[in-house]
Design a protein around this ligand. Structure first.
Ligand code: NAD
Length: 443
């Protein structure tokens, strides 16, 4: 089937490559010329496990191509995916300018009927706005072409995006049109073989499902972070509590890790956007507001531990930082906890020596050259001459470090662990002070 994907980001590129891998004929379009030029040279703009070979194979097979030519793109696909960004507007609500601009582009160039599929995360009511934009544009151009707008939110996780798209847990299709539903079922049939993962609902429910899912996940994290703060003050161990509650199948072990706050391109912006949606209809979203406030405060924890250890005497000290990306297996630094930590450390006059397996280029792009940031090629190198070690991201290569080397490298051996990677007693027994989230030492 012929598919066009607008937006070659985490969602568009992965989804485009995955759709091509089952045999669909996919053309991805972006306004970013350099991104398209690089892809044409085989340079993949993001780090995502398994993505490079998937793109290479499908480009070579002639099933996947990239362009900035919107007219060619619109005329290519019977299905037009919208997978452009929906960043927060000034007030935190989702900014729909990219989505609506794509809607206008589709209407401008379309000659044959199209199924327009919204994959971007968008507030309830956006499908109506996209429909309106396409209708108005067609009218202005005195054209009459059939189209329908479907909500098909994306649930991929960065760091596991290829696998999530190849083997989705569910495929949400928001439409009330039986013929369109059938076309969508055919498009996704290759991903729907083991058991039926397609859940069809009305458009508005599909749009809300995406926000509800992300807000539920963010709630789990903030809930656990609140428990970890209580555990710290009450002399309990949050890891024991986590095991204790996870054993109840109604709660489960998934996604109940305390830590130094959630980040990334989705949870912070989606929680904020749903709060704005609620405010706009006069509803006070008390739980969501608490989730956001708890997360904001949690991102200060690592610095607070560091300050506690050094009794506030931080100026002139050097901190080794392991992990910059907002989570492992990605180079995405959007809203990463490491950013708040580094900015607080710099504000206090500290120098940061950081290592990350994938996100150092992105860190350099964000912060540029500065005397108080040194990006080091190995995790061991980052320790040299540092006073303390802070861990922001749970990359697997940090799980079993050489503690003797950590001890001998740091002038004052202390690990501040934002991801609870180690057992406090084991680390302390090696002569290293250890702060983790909700595990004894309290600030
Ligand atoms: P991204 O910022 O990585 O990529 C968006 C791309 O769209 C960019 O390359 C940009 O140049 C392009 N673009 C902007 N305007 C365009 C236009 N008019 N025509 C063509 N291309 C255009 O964004 P992303 O992370 O892929 O997210 C896209 C959407 O999917 C967002 O709504 C996001 O919330 C949602 N989402 C993201 C994830 C994730 O993990 N990243 C997961 C699920 C859903």
């Amino acid at each position: 089937m012929k598919v066009t994907v607008f937006g070659i980001g985490y969602v568009g590129l992965v989804q485009g490559a995955v759709l091509a891998s089952v045999g669909h004929d996919v053309l991805c379009v972006d306004v970013d010329q350099s991104k398209v030029d690089n892809l044409k040279k085989g340079l993949i703009p993001i780090y995502e496990p398994g993505l490079t070979p998937l793109v290479e194979e499908n480009v070579a097979a002639g099933r996947l191509d990239f362009t900035t030519d919107a007219e060619r793109a619109v005329n290519h696909g019977d299905f037009q995916f919208i997978a452009v960004g929906t960043p927060p507007d000034e007030d935190g609500s989702a900014d729909l300018k990219y989505v609506l601009s794509v809607a206008e582009t589709i209407a401008t160039h379309m000659q044959t009927p199209k199924v327009v599929i919204n994959k971007s995360t968008v507030p309830v009511g956006t499908a109506d706005k996209v429909t309106q934009k396409i209708s108005e544009t067609l009218q202005t151009l005195s054209k009459s072409v059939e189209f329908s707008v479907v909500s098909n939110p994306e649930f991929l996780k960065e760091g596991a995006a290829v696998n999530d798209c190849l083997r989705p847990d569910r495929i949400i299709i928001g439409t009330s049109d039986d013929a369109v539903e059938e076309k969508m079922r055919e498009l996704y049939a290759p991903f729907n073989r083991n058991h039926d993962k397609i859940i069809v609902m009305d458009v508005r429910s599909a749009e809300l499902t995406k926000y509800a899912a992300n807000c539920m996940l963010a709630t789990k994290i903030s809930f656990m972070n609140e428990m970890s703060n209580l555990a710290e003050k009450l002399g309990a161990d949050i890891e024991a509590v986590r095991h204790g509650i996870g054993s109840d199948p109604r709660i489960g072990y998934q996604f109940i890790y305390p830590g130094c706050g959630y980040g990334g391109s989705c949870f912070p912006k989606d929680v904020q956007a749903l709060i704005r949606t609620a405010n706009a209809i006069g509803h006070k979203p008390s739980i969501l507001e608490a989730v956001e406030a708890t997360n904001y405060a949690q991102k200060d924890k690592l610095f607070a531990y560091l300050s506690d250890f050094f009794n506030g005497d931080l100026a002139g000290k050097t901190v080794a930082l392991w992990g910059l990306s907002f989570k492992p297996n990605t180079d995405d630094m959007r809203e990463a906890s490491s950013r708040r930590f580094m900015e607080m450390a710099w504000e206090a006059g500290m120098k940061v020596q950081a290592f990350d397996p994938e996100a150092m280029e992105e860190t350099q792009r964000i912060y540029g050259q500065r005397d108080d940031l040194v990006l080091v090629g190995t995790k061991e190198g980052a320790l040299k001459g540092a006073d303390a070690l802070v861990i922001c991201t749970e990359w697997s290569q940090f799980r079993a470090p050489d503690f003797a080397l950590i001890k001998s490298s740091l002038t004052t051996p202390v690990i501040i662990d934002g991801r609870n990677m180690f057992e406090p007693e084991r680390v302390e027994d090696k002569g290293i002070a250890y702060y983790a989230i909700g595990r004894g030492r309290s600030v």
